[in-house]
Design a binder for this molecule. Structure first.
Ligand code: HEM
Length: 465
């Protein structure tokens, strides 16, 4: 009886403390004009619910509070915006106080000149340099032949084997970027860079605790090594008389053709940004396209026909060219449908630099805004029967130009690598579907949140087509 009394007393005490803490956290962030919502626990907020329940946490909160609600996630007071109009407004109006709001861990590791860490005139300058490196004419004349050459060799000798397509597409995105940026071919240097870059990527989504053994600490060390290696490559280039005709050559060119001159530190952070931004998006979309094509034989047949037609009149060694790439309308549709249904990008983060008013609510300065673009991917008005993989929908309507098409962001941060990313995935699919048949080995799980990944890999058995 006494024990029961103690247990009940403890439980009651615990409940009182918990509700006291929750209440304290609500009061702490109470401010007139804020959108409705809950702030969760002191320090942790609602991060656990957000990471565990993911999209269903968002949906439930939206049902209770509407499409603009407050929360406390990933260490920051945050306003979650699930209203497509408002999301567009935020992306289009960086100048009105909505700068990128990525976690400190990410900014620390990607460098202080990283494109996501800067805004205003420096952002404009870095972005224009970047666009000069990866715009459609450059893709057409310089990058597409390199991508084609890379894909041929990366996809060689898969026949008769079981491969982990997740691992292969990750390597593909990274090694293809290294080839385009600094003509780095497969070998000891690319292996050394790969090790550091994989480590760096892991640390960008971690708690910023710089203690040995943490992902953040390891990523910091990886950044140091990576910066050292890139500096050596830059010095080697300056000492050499050779011309490489790659992105690094353009960045180091000391003539008047480029309007903006970057420092070596800026060049290094720009290279890291290029590798980092294209790595996960391109690899995940490629992996998921393989998965959806496997599960939808009619789509596979149509995409294969599109690519076999391109090969007609070409010898096995002939590379695809810009006209071939432009003719891949079904492939482009498959890529968009994959991005949509897998939700490779859930949203983007912004931070307010001043108090801003939205829909009658007031967001204080310094709050984070989670521009959640995920829900629009499943809007039945825009995408009828939204849970069905249906690439043909992209051919019927010009959905790519729709104002709510935000898979590549929008406004002055619209993805500069959009066309390059699509060209890489399309070239990968070209070689994959024309050379191979495949089936899943089975049993591999795919997680969709917080990032799309197969925790134990996605294994497929591959044969010659
Ligand atoms: C399927 C492929 C891709 C998808 C879905 C994608 C998606 C996005 C999105 C949603 C943003 C907006 C981020 C924001 O507003 O904060 C973005 C920005 C960016 N992307 Fe991509 N991306 C892809 C491929 C690439 C590639 C291949 C590169 C580089 C070669 C790249 C480089 C960048 C850079 C540098 C930014 C930042 C732009 C800025 O802040 O001005 N992306 N991307």
């Amino acid at each position: 009886m006494v024990v029961l009394g103690w247990v009940l007393g403890l439980a009651l005490g615990f409940l009182v403390v918990c509700s006291g803490l929750l209440r304290w956290n609500e009061v702490r962030f109470r401010k007139k004009g804020l959108p409705p919502g809950t702030m969760g626990w002191p320090l942790f907020g609602e991060t656990t619910e957000f990471l565990k329940q993911g999209p269903s946490f968002m949906k439930n909160q939206r049902l209770r509070y509407g499409s603009l609600f407050k929360s406390h996630i990933l260490g920051c007071p945050t306003v979650v915006c699930m209203d497509p109009e408002l999301n567009r407004f935020i992306l289009m109006n960086e100048g009105k106080g909505f700068v990128p709001g990525y976690p400190q861990s990410m900014l620390d590791i990607l460098g202080k000149c990283n494109i996501a860490a800067i805004h205003g005139s420096l952002h404009k300058a870095m972005r224009s340099v970047m666009l000069g490196l990866i715009n459609p004419p450059v893709i057409k004349d310089q990058l597409l032949p390199k991508i084609d050459e890379f894909m041929r060799s990366h996809l060689s000798s898969w026949s008769g084997r079981i491969i982990d397509i997740q691992e292969k597409t990750k390597e593909m995105a990274l090694l293809s970027a290294l080839k385009q940026i600094a003509s780095i071919e497969n070998g000891p240097l690319s292996e050394a860079l790969k090790t550091e870059i994989f480590q760096l990527v892991l640390g960008t989504l971690s708690l910023p605790i710089n203690l040995p053994g943490t992902n953040y600490h390891r990523a910091f060390q990886a950044r140091k090594k990576l910066v050292g290696m890139l500096r050596d490559i830059i010095e080697g280039r300056r000492a050499s008389q050779c011309s490489y005709n790659d992105m690094l050559d353009s960045l180091l060119k000391n003539d008047n053709t480029t309007k903006v001159k970057l420092t070596d530190d800026q060049i290094i952070d720009l290279i890291i940004a290029l590798v980092y931004s294209g790595y996960e998006t391109v690899s995940t979309t490629s992996m998921m396209a393989v998965k959806y094509l496997h599960d939808h034989p009619r789509a596979l047949e149509e995409i294969r026909n599109e690519h076999l037609k391109i090969r007609e009149g070409k010898s096995a060694k002939d590379a695809i060219d810009w006209n071939d790439y432009k003719s891949m309308s079904f492939t482009r549709a498959v890529i968009f449908e994959t991005l949509r249904i897998a939700t490779v990008v859930n949203g983007v983060l912004r931070k307010t630099t001043q108090e801003v008013e939205m829909k009658g609510f007031v967001i204080p300065k310094g709050w984070r805004i989670y521009v959640c673009t995920r829900e629009i991917n499943y809007d039945p008005f825009l995408y009828p029967d939204p849970l069905t993989f249906n690439p043909w929908r992209w051919l019927e309507k010009n959905l790519e130009s729709h104002q709510h098409f935000m898979m590549f962001g929008g406004g002055c941060r619209l993805c500069p690598g959009k066309e390059l990313g699509i060209a890489e995935i399309a070239t990968f699919l070209h070689h994959f579907v024309t050379r191979y048949r495949w089936e899943e080995v089975g049993g591999d799980k795919i997680l969709k949140f917080p990032r799309v990944e197969a925790p134990n890999g996605l294994h497929i058995r591959v044969w010659d087509y």
